[in-house]
Ligand binder design. Structure first.
Ligand SMILES: Cc1cc2nc3c(=O)[nH]c(=O)nc-3n(C[C@H](O)[C@H](O)[C@H](O)COP(=O)(O)O)c2cc1C
Length: 355
């Protein structure tokens, strides 16, 4: 059964209230896992696995959920895991735990992305409290945003959030924004000309009548029930709506009050993990400020556009993601897998209470 977002939120709130009153280690670890699992991931693939032990959580990449066409080096896969890692940290810190994070702790096990150890008790800071409150409110919103500008103080705050995780963030403005929108549209057309890309995307779309706990429901892609049912088949078979999509994404980029490039200094897994943490930090801070966000990563995914995008951002290194940010009505939640599906090993006591 898929929990509706409100049921899931209520469950998290109740669990949090219990834990705040009596913060058991095991209960905190399980609660933090639920919060980590709410992280964004490419195609909602949720490519993470966790292992719980006495006072620590280990995070592993689940490469069986990789997207070899759009993400041949598992770059976005590791970024997605980085976002989950950030949310895990926020939840543990909110529950009053000091955390010690060891990134890529075993050079012989590249799938072992991080180890998070509870390192005593510590009162959560104001920022942690705010970020935590927004974990269940953040959703990718692919609708057009209002023209209302995002205050420059907020942009500076997002830049700080990304830097605090070891990444950089640049606002694409004026001619750079215009050219980035053009690159997005051209990259869109290239991707949708590739039948392998379309087939992979179709495999991660929910076709309406089949309920699944991962992938992209038609509703969040702006499709009605009939279109959502037909979309995977149409995408697999034809270059369905590709010109329309490219034009729409260009308009979305141009019409967004804020277009951001998030990047790293080097192209390696440790920096992808940092970029994922930066992503979650920025998105939760944006949600807290009443903003909506979505991704326009196409020119990062099409290799020969990525270099130009970096020049437009004006930074050394590598653009990892492109985000559009603005004001507008909130959008709906996407489903998540159950905890028993993302746990490598379970603790005897708390996990008996998992759904
Ligand atoms: C690394 C990464 C890349 C993503 N790329 C895209 C993208 O190119 N286009 C898009 O619409 N959404 C993209 N997303 C958003 C995911 O589709 C979204 O996070 C997922 O469906 C879960 O939904 P939620 O963010 O509302 O929880 C990306 C997310 C991540 C973490």
């Amino acid at each position: 059964m898929i929990l509706s977002s409100t049921t899931a939120e209520t469950k998290l709130e109740l669990e949090f209230a219990d834990l705040e009153a009596s913060p058991s280690v095991e209960g905190s670890l399980v609660h933090a896992l639920r919060c980590a699992a709410l992280a964004p991931s490419s195609h909602n693939s949720q490519p993470w696995l966790f292992q719980l032990s006495e006072s620590r959580i280990d995070l592993f990449a689940d490469r069986s959920r990789a997207l070899p066409v759009v993400d041949p080096f598992d770059r976005e896969l590791v970024i997605s895991c980085g976002a989950a890692l950030f949310q895990l940290r926020v939840a543990l810190q909110r529950l009053g735990w000091r955390t010690q994070v060891d990134v890529l702790p075993d050079p012989h096990t590249p799938d072992h992305l991080a180890r998070v150890v509870l390192d005593g008790r510590e009162e959560p800071c104001a920022e942690t409290r705010i970020l935590y409150e927004n974990l269940t409110l953040r959703h990718t919103n692919r609708n057009p945003f209002e023209a209302r500008a995002v205050p420059s103080t907020l942009v500076a705050e997002f830049v700080r959030c990304a830097r605090s995780e070891g990444s950089w963030l640049a606002a694409l403005e004026g001619p750079a924004k215009f050219e980035a929108a053009q690159l997005i549209s051209e990259a869109d057309q290239r991707q949708f000309r590739d039948p392998h890309f379309r087939r992979e995307l179709a495999a991660w779309m929910s076709s309406g009548h089949i309920q699944r706990r991962d992938g992209l429901p038609g509703s969040v892609l702006g499709l009605g029930p009939i279109e959502a049912t037909l979309a995977p088949l149409l995408l697999r078979t034809f270059r369905w709506k590709d010109h329309e999509r490219a034009a729409r994404d260009r308009e979305l980029a141009l019409g967004s009050p804020l277009l951001l490039a998030l990047g790293s200094w080097h192209e390696e897994p440790a920096e992808w993990l940092a970029a994922g943490q930066a992503l979650a930090h920025v998105l939760l801070a944006a949600t807290a400020a009443g903003l909506q966000a979505s991704f326009l990563n196409q020119p990062v995914e099409v290799s020969n556009f990525r270099h130009r995008l970096r020049e437009l951002a004006g930074y050394a290194g590598f653009v990892q993601l492109v985000l559009r940010v603005g004001y507008g009505p909130a959008s709906a939640a996407t489903p998540r897998r159950r905890l028993d599906e993302i746990l490598l090993e379970t603790l005897a006591e708390p996990t008996q209470r998992l759904p």
